[in-house]
Design a protein around this ligand. Structure first.
Ligand code: PLP
Length: 440
């Protein structure tokens, strides 16, 4: 038996919902392994909402947040651009016949090999934030079109400014001048306010700084044309994006009224997070006494070394089986399937869940972003399969796209089990003699 990496077909839903599919799979007893349901309609709605709220902005989807087949196919068939951060990501996107001009290699520090790879693939745009990178670009990718990445701090869950972005006050102008002296073209400025940003004003601050750099280049007789406002858009509540978009739209209108200036964004989390739900099974239930309280320890079949690595403040979990009236909630700790004690899901929280058995499933909503792409190889655990589901309506919209050919879809029963992830059984006719064998 071959371990299939991920299911690459999608189920077209005629009269069912994504929830119906998970219910059929779980209640039919068809699943044992953890699995995802990818509700493509939800991701589509996010793309449309983003476009409607910020019509001037072109979306370059951040592949790192979720590079699953159908997420990429959906993005490509909707004509989005892509933010790629490695040759592997570039390869995946180009395989979908996306133009290299629709890819920004948004990684400010690249090896010479990465630069040569991108250049050979026909990619033109990349970011930089330091002199060492500029000198490498001069040598290995002199015809690149650069975006200077500046640092913009914000209230965010992940502050990317610690790692990337030059200082606006003390470094940005020097780097622009250095690039000009090296005869390298800088076509724009990029920033990223940090992933999971809860201070929308930070985008405005970034845009104001970009404007000053545009003015500097104008005065020097050089013209920049691209403003890249990065990602960071929070996905937990919709009103957050409403607030950001109002501020961003006003700032763009005021600072960059010239329609020739292209404004792009690289959202990841916002587009992919809420459309992926992870379903995990329980291997073992172990009640323990801690002081006066009895705590239920549940050992799951996925954990922090798999798709439950990060536990941002908005993450939740519930039992799949409906909570019956009068059923008490119990203090519960969730452990992943590996031997490591840091493999504890939802950080160090003791959460309240109804009692569970080994026949129960837990549901982790909004686990699309930075989950499967961050799963590790630890203990050789398999990746959860993804069950891609799409409504008939959306399927009709997408079916003519060059990316999503009809062949990619498989009409199937909603209760079709996913292939098992256990490796094949090996029985050797001759056994190697080792020095140590166990007593039987
Ligand atoms: N662009 C760049 C350069 C990034 O580093 C990231 C995330 O690390 C993103 C876009 C996507 O950010 P988010 O998922 O927060 O929208």
């Amino acid at each position: 038996m071959v371990i299939e990496k991920r299911v690459s077909k999608a189920l077209v839903l005629e009269n069912n919902t994504a929830e119906d599919v998970s219910r059929a799979m779980i209640e039919g007893g068809l699943q044992k392994d953890p699995f995802y349901i990818f509700d493509m309609d939800k991701a589509y709605q996010r793309v449309q909402y983003f476009k409607n709220m910020m019509p001037r902005i072109k979306i370059f989807y951040a592949v790192k947040s979720n590079d699953s087949d159908f997420m990429l196919k959906l993005a490509a068939s909707l004509g989005l651009g892509f933010d790629c951060a490695s040759p592997g990501e570039i390869h995946k996107v180009l395989k979908l016949k996306v133009s290299p001009l629709s890819i920004v290699f948004a990684m400010p520090t690249k090896s010479p090999e990465w630069m040569l790879y991108a250049r050979q693939c026909g990619i033109k745009h990349t970011t930089f934030d330091n002199l060492c990178e500029l000198n490498k670009i001069k040598q290995f990718w002199p015809d690149a079109k650069l975006l200077l990445r500046i640092r913009v701090h914000s209230d965010s869950v992940y502050d990317l400014g610690k790692k990337f972005g030059c200082d606006f006050e003390t470094e940005a102008i020097d780097l622009l001048e250095e690039a000009a002296a090296l005869n390298i073209t800088v076509v724009g400025v990029a920033f990223h306010v940090g992933s999971g940003c809860s201070s929308p004003d930070s985008y405005v601050l970034g845009l104001q700084q970009v404007k000053q750099l545009f003015e500097h280049e104008d005065k020097a007789g050089r013209k920049m044309k691209i403003v890249d406002i990065g990602g960071g858009f929070l996905s937990d509540k919709t009103d957050r994006i409403d607030k950001v978009s109002k501020l961003v739209n006003n700032a763009i209108e005021e600072l960059f009224p010239d329609p020739e200036v292209q404004v792009i964004a690289e959202p990841g989390r916002y587009l992919c997070d809420n459309s992926f739900t992870l379903y995990c099974n329980i291997n073992t239930v172990r009640p323990v006494q801690v002081g006066d309280s009895s705590i239920n320890m549940l050992y799951l079949n996925d954990g922090v070394f798999g798709c439950l690595r990060y536990n941002e403040p908005w993450h939740t979990v519930k039992r799949f089986r409906v909570h019956s009236e009068g059923e008490q909630l119990k203090p519960t700790v969730l452990w992943g399937p590996t031997c490591h004690p840091i493999d504890r899901v939802l950080d160090n929280l003791v959460i309240m869940l109804p009692a569970c058995t080994i026949y129960d499933w837990l549901v982790f909503p909004s686990r699309g972003a930075y989950s499967m792409t961050m799963a590790s190889r630890f203990s050789t655990l398999p990746e959860p399969h993804i069950r891609n589901v799409i409504s008939q309506e959306l399927f009709n919209i997408l079916k003519d796209s060059k990316v999503l050919g009809l062949d990619d879809f498989l009409e199937q029963n909603i209760a079709t089990p996913l292939p098992p992830t256990l490796p094949s059984i090996i029985v050797h006719s001759k056994i190697l003699q080792t020095n140590y064998t166990l007593a039987v």
